[in-house]
Ligand binder design. Structure first.
Ligand SMILES: O=C([O-])C(=O)C[C@H](O)[C@@H](O)C(=O)[O-]
Length: 349
């Protein structure tokens, strides 16, 4: 990208891709590196969006968590994935989280995650920030963080490590080690076996300048209230419970300004309309849409564990944009459930 086509110069938010050469972009890169004061990974930033800029950007709109496309043999189907991102790109979102939970990041190898992230970075071409996943134990998550930076991702989503339970002190050290390993802005996902309390979130925010977002996958009103009371606007708060629309209106009152939308994959206009109603705090419209679609959708989703992801792949199939099967240990919806979902989607499309 040459200096004259740098899309960051002269605009406040989107698009965010940086040329890395013009005065504004060089300053941005230097400011980011100096301000973090952390050990450099030796990997040059490819985008120049600072952690602070990323946090500000993510709260300007809905967040897209695309499914990851597989062929019948369960290999990654990059052309179909890219086509899906290209189709979704006509809609206005604030960020794209590649290979997150909905994207079955937990079922991808590190090499596959790198391929998916690079495909997303290339396809999105700087229109919105691309956030890459990091998961597993600390060493694995650090390796993924560094791969994400090298791939040109704009941020990192740190997912819970697998299997083991952990205390708050251990979780703080895990998250801090990953933050120290990267210049990218980090979103930590508090969920499952890695639920952070308010004291831990505050300590993490103090210790790690590049920890910029907390994604809440718990929905504990007291804990969210305590967290916002203690940490305030130092972080951007992202609603990340399964089918996040369900909780979006009440969580807005608790400082959670945006959320990850899995249904955006197959009913993007409905998802964006819902988000607009939430922001406008239009209770009647939100509850109408919950009754029309979201609550009946939960009725199908809750039939089997793991369906929160499987039903999204079924949704894209229902609208004629199949993304292939889910990988085990998830299982696909039955034909009967797919028929019910297709009818439900027909009510709001
Ligand atoms: O990492 C993920 O995909 C999530 O857990 C976010 C989802 O998009 C969730 O918020 C949802 O199902 O709406």
């Amino acid at each position: 990208m040459n200096r004259s086509s740098c899309t960051r110069s002269g605009i406040a938010t989107r698009p965010i891709r940086c040329c890395g050469e013009c005065e504004r972009c060089s300053q941005s890169i230097n400011r980011s590196t100096n301000r973090l004061g952390q050990v450099s990974t030796g990997v040059p930033r490819l985008t120049g969006v600072t952690p602070t800029e990323l946090a500000a950007q993510l709260k300007t709109g809905l967040l897209s968590f695309p499914v990851t496309h597989f062929r019948a043999d369960l290999s990654f189907d990059e052309p179909a994935y890219r086509e899906h991102l290209s189709w979704l790109s006509q809609y206005d979102v604030a960020g794209l989280f590649a290979a997150g939970g909905t994207g079955e990041g937990f079922s991808l190898t590190p090499v596959e995650i790198d391929t998916v992230v690079r495909a997303a970075v290339s396809e999105v071409a700087g229109r919105v920030p691309v956030i890459a996943p990091a998961t597993g134990g600390t060493a694995t998550a650090i390796a993924q963080a560094q791969a994400a930076e090298a791939a040109g991702a704009d941020g990192l989503l740190l997912l819970p490590p697998y299997l083991t339970e952990a205390g708050q002190r251990g979780l703080v050290e895990h998250v801090s080690a990953v933050c120290r390993s990267t210049n990218l802005g980090v979103t930590v996902y508090s969920r499952a076996n890695a639920i952070l309390n308010d004291v831990s979130v505050a300590e993490l925010a103090d210790r790690n300048d590049n920890l910029v977002c907390l994604k809440d996958g718990v929905g504990n009103v007291e804990m969210m209230t305590r967290t916002y009371a203690r940490v305030g606007d130092r972080l951007t708060y992202i609603g990340g419970l399964p089918t996040a629309e369900t909780f979006a209106l009440p969580l807005l009152q608790l400082g959670v300004s945006t959320y990850s939308s899995a249904i955006f994959n197959f009913v993007p206009e409905f998802a964006l309309g819902f988000y607009a109603d939430v922001l406008a705090q239009d209770r009647d419209a939100v509850y109408r849409k919950l009754n029309d679609f979201v609550i009946p959708y939960l009725g199908i989703r809750d039939r089997t564990k793991g369906y929160a992801v499987s039903i999204v792949k079924a949704g894209v199939k229902a609208i004629g944009r199949p993304a292939g099967p889910v990988r085990p240990p998830l299982q696909d919806l039955t034909d009967d459930e797919l028929t019910q979902l297709t009818a439900l989607i027909g009510r709001v499309k």
